[in-house]
Write a protein that binds this ligand. Structure first.
Ligand code: C5P
Length: 230
């Protein structure tokens, strides 16, 4: 029987729009564990750079900002998530496509990734952690108890993002969004450091034809099989 660690970790990696965020949040809530939305940290570095007037190609300055930015995650009375950066509420701004594009740019820089490493590892606390990102299973938590790699076809991912943005009142065209997603995929997969790819020991889940509930159920099943939960 697998031994249950005091602070187990489940990593959920995958490309933009694969549903990682939704699934990770639902799984963490279901089992009562902590959640690390690592993409939010890269988005915050991009926003911190804009707020500080840093030149968009200044890697050193962005790495410094990544190391010292003051970040807090919380929720509003309705249960929605809220994010503050250096005391400023950036809840809306952080989810914009511009922040996502900026994040993908700064995420290719080794200094920024190194500056965020310990900050991410500090999220691993009892009773457990669900970590969502691109390199959670490969770099940040290589010893994780369960690694999931979530995929969906590019068409399905663009449709999902489109719906998400539309629900938030953003008017982005589907073809433009598909192009941006393809660009971001390419940059995330081909960068030198921590490229997006499944860990060799990851369980692959293709969510193209699955409802959120079915994916969550599959992850919970895998967790139960490893005695991480229940
Ligand atoms: O997941 P999300 O869309 O919020 O991530 C924004 C960007 O941050 C990604 O496109 C990726 O370039 C970067 N990222 C990363 N490593 C992570 C999480 C996100 O490089 N662990």
């Amino acid at each position: 029987m697998a031994r249950r660690s005091a602070s187990p970790i489940v990593t959920i990696d995958g490309p933009s729009g694969s549903g990682k965020g939704t699934i990770s949040r639902a799984v963490a809530r279901h089992v009562g564990w902590h959640l690390l939305d690592s993409g939010a940290l890269y988005r915050l570095v991009a926003l911190a750079g804009l707020a500080a007037g840093a030149a968009s190609e200044d890697q050193q300055r962005h790495a410094e900002l990544a190391a010292r930015m003051d970040v807090s995650f919380g929720s509003d009375p309705g249960g929605g998530e809220r994010v503050w950066l250096d005391g400023r509420d950036v809840t809306g701004e952080i989810r914009s496509e511009a922040a996502g594009q900026g994040a993908s740019r700064v995420a290719a820089w080794p200094g920024v990734r190194a500056a965020l490493l310990e900050r991410q590892r500090a999220f691993a606390r009892p009773p457990g952690l669900v970590a969502d990102g691109r390199d959670m299973g490969t770099v940040v938590f290589p010893g994780a108890d369960l690694k999931i790699f979530l995929t969906a076809t590019p068409e399905e991912r663009a449709l999902r993002r489109h719906k998400q943005l539309k629900d938030k009142g953003s008017d982005v065209s589907l073809p433009a969004l598909s192009r941006e997603i393809a660009e971001r995929d390419l940059r995330d997969q081909t960068r030198q450091i921590a490229p997006l790819r499944p860990a060799p020991d990851a369980c692959l889940i293709d969510s193209t034809r699955l409802e959120v509930g079915a994916v969550v159920a599959r992850v919970l099943e895998l967790m139960a099989a490893r005695r991480l939960w229940r």
